[in-house]
Design a protein around this ligand. Structure first.
Ligand code: ADP
Ligand code: MG
Ligand code: MG
Length: 958
């Protein structure tokens, strides 16, 4: 054996242990090792040595090393600053330190990162110096810079920015001499010390209750002078502020405020990297599904000054109205101001356009004279710059082909752009802007569709809060955003009282610890539903979504006391009859009455749906249990019903009695007696649904009642049942307790019920077939698909199928007429997916019941998972709640296996999904990719699923 040492660099060598035989191959091996290493070096960062990685990208004066497509590396802000240079928009020169460095920094720490960045950053600063004719650290002609964060996805205001960096006493003196504008210089300096103190030196208060120490000082100085506005502070006042600010820094940190511009710069760079992990940013990422590992870039950019006097200004603008989508340039600005002044609410910002200004004045109750003298538009105040800004906004929108959100600054009459990005917008604006851009010929149909954030379409379907009213409201608790929409009403705790109040014209919010079928009527009349317990698939949540009704579920901090008719949150008591409001889109519970409005259903919404229809390769069906639901879904464009839960038909009214009677019956006779009451009711429902779906398929699932949901638990209900069935109360009680299951979700339900009590399957099959024949007589085409639930073995399926087909033939013979129908199954037990090839020998269609499939694949009880799922999400064990977003990695495999094996046996097997996931965009995309024929979701999610399905087809045609 021979040991060979290959020395690559001082701190890296590779040892090879070689047998003599291999010795003659060493030269070969060496070359191989060299090649491998060289190629690795380009992809991996091995510490700081010998790498050729570019970490800093410069831009300025119309050229740039980066471009818009490099958002992943440069962050959105950095990529667009580069791009704006490339298309001739005036942008102060600067450079971007990449997002990769943020990741490196998190591993290597400050010292090492500084070492690997030093040369590039120095070079880039020199580059800015050469373009601006200034010098970083000079006392005669100092270069000042801003240090700005900027992640891949825009996270407005979540991370930190520092302006006017590079100032110290001597630079201040030099700048005063150069500009002859001491007030501007001292204003810049006090802003810098404040921002640097807050962001880098950690003086920014952590909690909302604490005040910013610098703001406290400003208030004090203003109060002493008896002035209100920052602008009223003189140069001397500003000088005094700087002294007091620096003292605050010393008092708080024990250190002097840093004077060395390089020390300032590094401090700021690392503070921006650190701000990626501040609480605000983390929360925002969690909310918007932005991955932790992306990191932020750092942008260092030459300052331009909007605070140089009356010919300077700063502002923000949108190329179109972000609330309505109207094609109207809008925005706000302030003269003699800097940075975030416009959005900080210190001064009343002015409107950019004259039209906007006049509209604003009317809303704000400002007279035209007042408006002109105190709040003139930019169009009036600086007409030449305004015209340039109009040209630039048009240029940017045409370039990016989307509505832009801009930040700009005017320094002494010269316009500079500091940021552009695709603007955030409401659901209504999203639709209108995409359709307008399509009509203007700027984007094509596919792009218009891809511009949709499907979930946002929801806003177009439910009442919404008035924004101003919402901003003023107090949040008292937070639960799950179970069913979107806005609801405001008086608190009631009982379903029957909800009905009574509603009958008298009151608006009520039904507040329950959790809901059960008995609450259904109360839920139906309530404006919204609030529960203290339960998840996204709890009874309250599922039913509310089906109804398109606002619901916040599982608001755990709320303690409900039914007896005392009150609920308590953090010691504050809310009694029956008091007003509260729910935001079903955010899960917020708010105090008091908040004005709501019906969102306008504009024609563009329909047009987007037509486009979706044109490109989709899956159809969208709905989950509907009543003719009314079916009709609503038809109006939203559903192409059939993917799931009718027959037991849901029995939540209502007297029907629950018949259902309970059947469950409580001692023997087949008793069950048949109860079933005879059920038959006509079901038949009528089916007739209604077939009629609403005229010609479209209707999948009807045979009874799958979680028994515990139907049993009468309360004394009054038990008494009622005893009377109805003519038996003793004690009998009912015994029966209820004998039916009690330890684990009802895995208990006597689904086809297991039909296997033990075949008469249930018989009666249901009869109701379906008779209904279909009945509507046929009046010219309506029924296409029933009878679905057997909870199949785990093929035998279960064939036994149930036999009953159904026998009944069908009997009814056909009785009526002397027939119809086409199919018998298929729900795939919701892992074993069913694994044995899909066998099941498909008999089953004519599959429908994935992904709620149960998820429950059984993970082994998480849907009803109890709330307790630990939040912890699992926080700890990163799971990325998403698998009951909301289909787990493609695990559950998805079962779906793939089921499809493959099923279609191997029966190539034309019809496959769909009917779990809650059928209306969730990323899950819909998955369903497309595995070749499903349709997805089915609750009526109000139909438009969302339609757009998501079309997007999937555009991205990945099959
Ligand atoms: P955010 O990401 O929170 O929007 P920014 O990095 O955009 O933060 O900075 C906030 C504001 O600071 C900008 O809107 C702009 O007004 C101001 N600003 C940033 N850099 C400069 C600069 N180089 N010159 C003048 N103003 C700047
Ligand atoms: Mg910004
Ligand atoms: Mg199920």
């Amino acid at each position: 054996m021979t040991m060979i040492n290959l020395k690559i660099k001082d701190n890296l060598s590779i040892s090879l242990l070689l047998s003599p035989l291999a010795f003659d191959r060493i030269s070969c091996l060496c070359i191989l090792v060299k090649i491998i290493l060289e190629s690795k070096i380009n992809t991996y960062k091995l510490g700081g040595w010998m790498d050729s990685i570019k970490r800093v990208y410069r831009y300025g004066n119309g050229s740039a090393e980066g471009k818009a497509e490099m958002k992943n590396l440069l962050g959105g802000k950095g990529a667009n600053l580069a791009e704006m240079n490339l298309i001739g928009v005036p942008v102060p020169p600067g450079f971007t330190i990449t997002t990769d460095v943020c990741t490196e920094y998190n591993k290597l720490g400050e010292e090492k990162t500084k070492e690997i960045l030093l040369a590039e950053v120095k070079g880039a600063i020199e580059y800015i110096e050469s373009l601006t004719g200034t010098k970083f650290g000079s006392s005669e002609n100092p270069l000042l810079v801003s240090v700005r964060s900027g992640a891949r996805a825009s996270m407005p205001g979540m991370m930190d920015t520092i302006l006017n960096l590079g100032l110290n006493e001597s630079a201040v003196a030099g700048l005063v001499k150069k500009t002859n504008n001491p007030r501007f210089v001292w204003d810049s300096y006090r802003r810098f010390v404040q921002m640097y103190g807050d962001v880098v030196l950690g003086l920014k208060p952590v909690s909302k209750e604490d005040e910013d120490p610098f703001e406290v000082i400003i208030h004090k100085v203003k109060a002493e002078k008896g002035v209100k506005e920052d602008l009223q502070l003189t140069t001397e006042d500003l000088q005094k502020l700087v002294v007091l600010f620096k003292k605050a820094v010393k008092d708080n940190t024990g250190n002097d405020f840093p004077d060395d511009p390089w020390e300032q710069l590094w401090g700021a760079v690392f503070a921006v990297f650190n701000s990626w992990n501040n609480d605000r940013a983390k929360y925002y990422r969690a909310l918007n599904n932005i991955p932790e590992e992306w990191g932020t870039a750092v942008n260092v950019q030459a300052m331009v000054f909007g605070n140089m006097g009356e010919t300077s200004a700063t502002g923000v603008a949108f190329t179109r109205d972000a609330a309505t989508g109207e094609n109207l340039f809008t925005g706000e600005y302030l003269i003699n101001a800097q940075g975030e002044d416009v959005v900080a609410g210190i001064r009343t910002p002015q409107q950019i356009t004259l039209t906007g200004s006049q509209r604003w004045a009317e809303l704000a109750g400002v007279s035209e004279d007042d408006r002109i003298s105190r709040y003139p538009s930019l169009e009036e105040a600086m007409s030449e710059v305004f015209r340039q800004l109009v040209d630039i906004q048009e240029k940017l929108e045409n370039h990016y082909k989307d509505m832009q959100d801009l930040e700009f600054t005017i320094q002494d009459g010269k316009l500079w752009l500091l940021q552009t990005r695709n603007g955030k917008r409401t659901g209504a604006a999203m639709v209108k802007i995409a359709m307008d851009l399509l009509r203007e010929g700027k984007i094509d149909e596919k792009t218009a569709l891809l511009r949709m954030e499907p979930n946002k379409l929801d806003e177009l379907l439910h009442p919404v809060f008035n924004n101003q009213a919402l901003a003023k409201a107090k949040v008292i608790a937070k639960g799950l955003p179970a069913s979107p929409g806005a609801a405001t009403g008086q608190i009631v705790f009982f379903a029957d009282e909800a009905e009574e109040w509603a009958a008298q014209g009151e608006k009520v919010i039904l507040c329950r610890i959790e809901t059960s079928p008995e609450d259904l009527r109360g839920m139906n009349v309530a404006k919204g539903i609030l529960t203290a317990r339960g998840g996204m698939t709890s009874h309250a949540a599922v039913v509310a979504r089906g109804m398109g009704k606002c619901c916040v579920s599982g608001a755990g901090t709320i303690v409900i006391d039914y007896k005392a008719r009150k609920m308590t949150v953090d010691d504050k008591v809310y009694k029956e009859g008091e007003w509260i409001s729910l935001n079903g889109s955010t899960g917020q519970v708010l105090e008091g009455k908040i004005e709501t409005q019906i969102p306008e259903m504009c024609g563009d919404f329909e047009k987007i749906m037509e486009l979706a229809e044109k490109y989709t390769q899956m159809s969208v069906r709905t989950n509907a249990d009543t003719p009314n639901d079916a009709q609503v879904a038809r109006n939203f464009g559903a192409k059939g019903i993917g799931l009718t839960r027959t037991e849901h038909m029995f939540f209502e009214g007297d029907r629950i009695m018949a259902m309970r009677e059947m469950i409580l019956a001692d023997d087949e006779d008793g069950r048949r007696k109860a079933l005879d009451k059920i038959l006509p009711l079901q038949r009528r429902d089916f007739e209604g649904i077939f009629t609403a779906m005229d010609g479209f398929p209707v999948t009807i699932r045979l009874l799958d009642p979680p028994l515990h949901e139907f049993l009468p638990h309360e004394d009054t209900n038990q008494f009622e049942m005893a009377k109805e069935m003519g038996i003793e109360l004690q009998n009912v009680k015994e029966k209820v307790s004998s039916l009690h299951e330890q684990n009802p979700m895995l208990g006597h339900r689904g086809c297991r019920l039909g296997i033990t009590y075949p008469e249930i399957t018989e009666i249901q099959a009869r109701a379906i077939i008779e209904a279909a024949l009945n509507v046929k007589k009046i010219g309506i085409k029924a296409v029933p698909e009878i679905m057997i639930p909870l199949i785990g073995t093929v035998k279960e399926f064939t036994m149930q199928e036999e009953i159904i087909r026998n009944v069908a033939e009997t009814v056909f013979a009785e009526r002397g007429d027939r119809i086409e129908y199919q018998v298929g199954t729900m795939i919701e037990i892992p074993r069913a997916a694994l044995t899909a090839d066998l099941i498909a020998e008999s089953a004519e269609f599959f429908s994935y019941g992904t709620n149960d499939l998820t429950q059984m694949t993970f082994g998480y009880s849907r009803d109890d998972a709330g307790k630990f799922l939040t912890v699992y999400l926080q700890k990163g064990i799971l990325k998403n709640d698998p009951f909301q977003i289909l787990d493609q990695e695990g559950v998805g495999q079962l779906v793939r296996i089921g499809n493959e094996r099923g279609r191997k046996t029966r190539p034309n097997l019809k496959i769909g999904i009917c779990g809650e996931h059928g209306g969730e965009p990323s899950s819909v995309e998955f369903c497309h990719s595995v070749g499903m024929n349709y997805v089915s979701c609750s009526p109000f999610r139909v438009p969302i699923a339609r757009v998501a399905a079309a997007q999937a087809a555009i991205k990945n045609p099959r």
